[in-house]
Design a protein around this ligand. Structure first.
Ligand code: KG4
Length: 344
């Protein structure tokens, strides 16, 4: 039997948007996952890129220190550094990318670049000691829904992923956030809409649903329909939103979940796949989670719903994706630049 020389420690770093996060894995098991979120954007109703990169600069050192401390290791014990190379906001990415490069050079250990979207999908393989979470087998379908993306991904292996459908305009999370802004609610709107929707009637209002071919999505028509409907209703009753915010939230959520599930059902049926996962920030949504469980019952799907801490941006998923690449010796040169748009 071949004896393992030592444990493999990977540090993951995520800084693609407005969360600074660091995580440590030992032989693929999660030891720590520390995230500093940025409340500075709330006042602006959306992420302000310049403020995000400044906050990353302030947060990156303490967040990495904390992740190493919680994992109970010294930085000299690390075997590799996995980092989000893109897609994301360039000024935000540059902080994590530069930090990862500097630390890897000073420690003389390899760098592993991770595509942020692959990270979200591979969040389903994060395990802590004895957590009992069952990961999907290959191939599986993953609905990846966040503030910046809405995709149906056919996951053939850790590194072989095919986007079978995606939004042609807004992402689902972006649509929720924009509608919530129109209602005068806070930012990000997703969790607020979710909370309000629990006490509302999803049949109270109806909004435009897109009619797009294939497996692609579109959310901009829904957003416009929501805006115009609200404008008309507010003309008659200036306090319309206040009087109906729960029903509005529930109806909006229902419309978005219906749009997402319709295409996912079609893809699963056409591709003959019954293992279906959900990932990304919007996968925290209660209505979407309930729809997955409902589809499991109705269509015999085996569904995979991530823990809440792995839905929004986090470094655990980056470290996990990095671990798979590390095992293959798939390292990245120090000259590799960050990329803001998806290139892989
Ligand atoms: O994956 P993520 O953290 O960031 C990126 O887009 O990279 O996703 C953030 C998105 C936001 O649009 C936020 O409103 C949405 O996820 N979100 C939710 C919920 N929690 C976060 N949307 C609906 N229901 C939620 N509970």
């Amino acid at each position: 039997m071949k004896h393992k020389d030592k444990d493999i420690y990977i540090l993951g770093i995520e800084s693609s948007c407005d969360d600074t996060s660091a995580a440590v894995l030992r032989d693929g098991l999660l030891l720590s996952n520390v995230t500093a979120s940025q409340s500075v954007h709330e006042a602006y109703g959306g992420v302000v890129p310049e403020l995000a990169s400044r906050a990353h600069q302030q947060n990156i050192v303490p967040v990495v220190d904390q992740a190493l401390k919680q994992a109970g290791i010294e930085r000299e014990q690390l075997d590799a550094i996995a980092f989000t190379r893109g897609p994301g906001l360039m000024g935000s990415l540059l902080v994590g990318v530069s930090f990862a490069k500097g630390l890897s050079a000073s420690l003389g250990i390899p760098l592993v670049d991770v595509n942020h979207l692959h990270g979200h999908v591979l969040a389903h393989f994060i395990h802590t000691e004895g957590d009992g979470y069952e990961s999907p087998g290959f191939p599986f379908l993953c609905l990846l829904v966040s503030g910046g993306n809405s995709q149906i991904v056919l996951v053939k292996s850790y590194k072989d992923m095919e986007i079978v459908g995606q939004t042609i305009d807004d992402a689902a999370g972006e649509a929720i956030d924009k509608c919530s802004k129109v209602m005068g609610l806070g930012y990000p709107g997703g969790p607020i809409i979710d909370r309000l929707a629990r006490n509302g009637n999803p049949e109270a209002f109806s909004f435009a649903k897109p009619n797009i071919q294939g497996y692609d999505y579109s959310f901009s028509g829904l957003k416009t329909s929501f805006l115009y409907s609200l404008r008309d209703w507010v003309k008659d009753d200036p306090d319309f939103v206040e009087h109906h915010k729960e029903d509005l939230a529930a109806s909006l959520e229902r419309t978005i979940v219906d749009i997402l599930m319709k295409k996912l059902r079609k893809a699963a049926k056409d591709l003959g796949i019954k293992q279906v996962a959900v990932a990304g920030g919007v996968s925290a949504n209660s209505g979407l989670r309930a729809a997955f469980l409902d589809h499991a019952r109705r269509f015999g799907w085996k569904v995979f719903i991530p823990r809440f801490s792995y839905t929004t941006d986090n470094a655990a998923m980056i470290a996990m994706a990095g671990y798979f690449k590390y095992r293959d010796g798939d390292f990245c040169p120090i000259s590799a630049p960050a990329y803001s748009r998806n290139i892989v």
